[in-house]
Design a protein around this ligand. Structure first.
Ligand SMILES: [Fe+2]
Ligand SMILES: [Fe+2]
Length: 371
């Protein structure tokens, strides 16, 4: 069978990530006057006072959460042209929202034109990945966490991968972005979520796609292949850290369940955080990423080794690698399927060929963005 393993899609409300500039959050009444309003989105203008240093009028686009998305300095071009430009930008951004795309998936032609306007938009890029997966039609699609940037947009996975959802061929595990509290400095107050709220959203999503409510679970894929899904999205007490941990009792449950199985099926484990660091010189300039690690990696590794796992699949670092030390499982890390790899490579995902005899092949499949 073939398993498509992708990770770190980071779908979001409008398709930008928390780490991308989202503009400043401004309160009303700061000298900007609305000149157009559409479903809570505004185009606003600030007239230069006579003695300002620059003497320029400004126009800006503000979304329905009060986030300034774009500002244009008015330098004497036609005022109508500036407004038209912002209206067009508003329409493209609204259409690229996870909610709009999920409600009405774009066909190939519309997706191409939206991507031409906004090639870095993660929501649009994910639609392209999903279309490619439908075409390749692997037996399973496995996403190893950070499906969303801040727990917004799960519905896009349900719609865009509906074919896989329908016969339970989509398997997902959560990443830190799906679960950890929204960072206060970059998320507007109205959109901020706690860990408990995010866990509820994840649980509801998992249920809708027919997965167990428990986030660590075992899934028999058939053909003698068993997948152990581990939830490593447990934050430390350090604010802002993206490190993770697999809960001790879930590891024990996993060990108990596999001991009870006692079969000779091929065992594959997936979790969001990495257990193995590839040797630094394999990747070259790969930075050590502070606050990213799996805090109990050694214990997880010992458990997986004792249970005879043949492969461990992860995401999280936006770094793709294949690493197979002797007497160890194959470690296969997927980069971001939308933003690409820290090595500089364009987005790709793994296609894994596996059956009861083991893993035969793992190939990098470049995402077809048609840009
Ligand atoms: Fe990520
Ligand atoms: Fe992550």
């Amino acid at each position: 069978m073939r398993i498509a393993h992708l990770s770190d899609v980071h779908v979001s409300r409008l398709g930008a990530t928390l780490t991308q500039s989202r503009g400043l959050i401004r309160e009303a009444g700061d000298g900007w006057e609305p000149i157009q309003d559409s479903d809570g989105w505004r185009i606003e203008m600030q007239r230069a006072a006579g003695r300002t240093f620059q003497r320029l009028d400004h126009f800006r686009l503000v979304d329905d959460e009060g986030v300034v998305l774009e500002t244009i300095k008015f330098k004497g071009q036609s005022e109508g042209a500036v407004i038209d430009e912002l209206v067009h930008s508003m329409q493209v951004r609204k259409r690229s929202s996870a909610a709009s795309l999920a409600e009405d998936l774009p066909d190939a032609a519309e997706l191409k034109s939206l991507l031409a306007e906004n090639p870095a938009n993660n929501n649009l890029r994910f639609c392209a990945v999903a279309a490619q997966l439908l075409e390749l039609d692997p037996e399973y699609v496995l996403i190893t966490g950070d499906l969303t940037d801040d727990a917004v947009g799960f519905e896009l996975f349900e719609t865009a991968l509906a074919t896989f959802v329908a016969d339970r061929r989509l398997v997902v595990i959560p990443g830190n972005h799906d679960i950890y509290a929204s960072p206060p400095l970059v998320t507007t107050k109205a959109l901020r979520k706690t860990v408990a709220e995010k866990r509820r959203l994840w649980g509801a999503f998992a249920q809708r796609i027919g997965q167990p409510m428990a986030t660590s679970f075992i899934r028999d894929l058939g053909e003698g292949v068993v997948l152990a899904c581990l939830d490593s999205a447990h934050p430390p007490n350090i604010p802002g850290s993206a490190s993770g941990e697999v809960l001790a009792h879930e590891l024990e449950q996993l060990a108990g369940a596999f001991d009870a199985r006692g079969d000779d099926s091929v065992r594959i484990c997936c979790l969001h955080h990495h257990i193995a660091n590839p040797p630094a010189d394999v990747i070259g300039s790969t930075p050590i990423q502070a606050g990213m690690k799996l805090r109990n990696a050694k214990r997880v590794m010992d458990t997986l080794n004792a249970l005879g796992f043949q492969a461990v699949l992860n995401g999280h670092r936006h770094l793709g690698y294949r690493f197979h030390p002797a007497h160890s499982p194959l470690f296969l890390a997927a980069p971001s399927a939308t933003m690409g790899c820290r090595s500089g490579h364009a987005p790709y995902f793994w296609m894994i060929d596996v059956d009861a005899d083991g893993i035969h092949k793992a190939s990098e499949v470049p995402v077809a963005l048609h840009l």
